[in-house]
Design a protein around this ligand. Structure first.
Ligand SMILES: [Zn+2]
Length: 234
């Protein structure tokens, strides 16, 4: 078993893992998500203002219809008043006409309020549309930057995958399988280095006698950590 080659393979695999992680957590992706969220929120606000405007318009139209009805009704009453002789009947008609005037007055006031609100909504809408157009530009920029970052990141990953294939082709397939199994079950570290008498995988001390035994192993023998059983680089 070529532990040194497996250690090199592990360096490539670690770089691949890091590169995949970097790709999944690209700052460009975060910026693009933010830009999209801003755009969506502006569009939601624009939708709200448009719905508000259409509610103003329908209410105004209803007020206008009612005003026309009241106008017709009042003209009829005025005609009727000319033909009435009994004072009590005339008084009742006057009373009804006054009520019509009051209702029309209220309608006019509400109409003015609605026109003011509608003008404010128009102003809000223009401002929101400007902001939407800016947000759209920013979103497009962010999308382009994300795409460029993804292309660069994919190129790095492809290069690493090529290096891996090249490395794997130089190692016995059964050793690669053992390495992969060990790496999967040992937190990504199948081959550890001994540093100052400590296993680089489990960070436990390897006793001097165990170190000595490892040193005296034949060249083609494989050393394993007595604590975590990772392969040890000699
Ligand atoms: Zn260990």
């Amino acid at each position: 078993m070529d532990v040194k080659a497996l250690h090199e393979l592990q360096s490539i695999d670690t770089a691949i893992d890091q590169s995949r992680h970097a790709q999944a957590t690209l700052p460009e992706r975060v910026r693009h998500d933010d830009a999209r969220a801003r755009l969506a929120s502006l569009r939601a606000k624009i939708g709200d203002v448009r719905r508000e405007q259409s509610a103003f318009e329908s209410e105004l139209a209803a007020i206008e219809r009612r005003a026309a009805e009241l106008g017709n009704h009042k003209s009829r009453l005025e005609k009727q008043l000319k033909t009435v002789i009994a004072p009590r009947e005339a008084e009742a008609l006057q009373h009804e006409m006054t009520a019509i005037d009051v209702e029309r007055g209220e309608g006019d006031d509400r109409g003015l309020e609605l026109l003011e609100s509608s003008a404010r909504a128009d102003a809000d809408l223009s401002e929101l549309m400007v902001r939407e157009s800016e947000a759209l530009t920013l979103e497009a920029d962010a999308a382009r930057q994300l795409e460029a970052a993804l292309i660069a990141s994919r190129a790095i990953l492809e290069d690493l995958e090529r290096q891996r294939m090249d490395m794997v082709s130089r190692i016995a397939p059964s050793d690669v399988r053992d390495y992969e199994r060990l790496r999967a079950s040992h937190g990504g570290v199948a081959v550890a280095e001994i540093r100052h008498g400590v296993c680089g995988g489990c960070h436990m001390d390897i006793s001097p006698s165990e170190l000595d035994a490892i040193k005296r192993l034949s060249v083609d023998a494989v050393a394993e950590c007595p604590n975590c059983s990772r392969l040890l680089l000699r």
